[in-house]
Design a protein around this ligand. Sequence first.
Ligand code: AMP
Length: 277
Amino acid sequence: MKVITTIQELQKELASYYVANQTIGLVPTMGYLHEGHQTLAKAAVAENDVVVMSDFVNPTQFGPNEDYEAYPRDLERDARIADEVGVAILFAPSVEEMYPHQGGVTFEAGPASKILCGASRPGHFNGVLQIVTKLFQIVRPTNAYFGQKDAQQLALIEMLVRDYNMPITIRPIAIVREEDGLAKSSRNVFLSETERQLAPNLYKTLQVLQRNIASFNQKKAIEQIEAATKGRVDYIELLSYPDLQPVTSEDTQVILAAALYYENVRLIDNIIFKVGE
Ligand code: AMP
């Protein structure tokens, strides 16, 4: 596996694949890889001639009081893990390489970016769409892999590709969990020991809520999650998926999505399911 840090070198490396019309899989990540990322990469390796994984903590998707500086980073470890699952190129650019110009064109995502995580992270999804668009332009992948863990992000990227006619297939990958049900996340390292023990109750409560979805009540759901996790709920919402609208009798697929604050970390989780299942 090659670790590449410049756009020029990356494109030189990919040139023969473009010419031969071969398939390129892209797995965008912020690094500090875990089994969730590996699952995305394995799917990409199975479905493409070559796989590029990006490893870049994107500053434009972090708010001023968020954890950009503290976000865990370990490129050497990431390179080992990516290599193990068959990634051919790990693209790990610097911030200067990705953003050499200031004050140019940025993205303004629509209403679906202002709810759920977007409500407490203003501008976050504009930054996500900016970096994803740049990566799509730089790599020109055939297929790009995203986790359902970040279901709102996935929905917005599907909208981006649709609205801007990008010739890329988005491949969604199911949430990978720890044995006790906690969704794997690079940020789980910020959980205290007690929080780590209680955190799986977020998913357990979502499962209980799913089983009783006909009587879903937001206020009660907040109380249930907070009692079970001892965290503070940022949101718990039941919406249609992937359009993220209030559920109507027409909708068949819905998302039950939640975010929870602990002392040094904010966790997200969700269940996407068909109504009546
Ligand atoms: P991140 O490095 O957290 O930005 O995540 C990079 C990609 O991996 C995103 O598409 C995430 O949705 C996906 N991902 C992160 N954690 C998981 C997980 N536990 N299961 C599945 N996909 C995940």
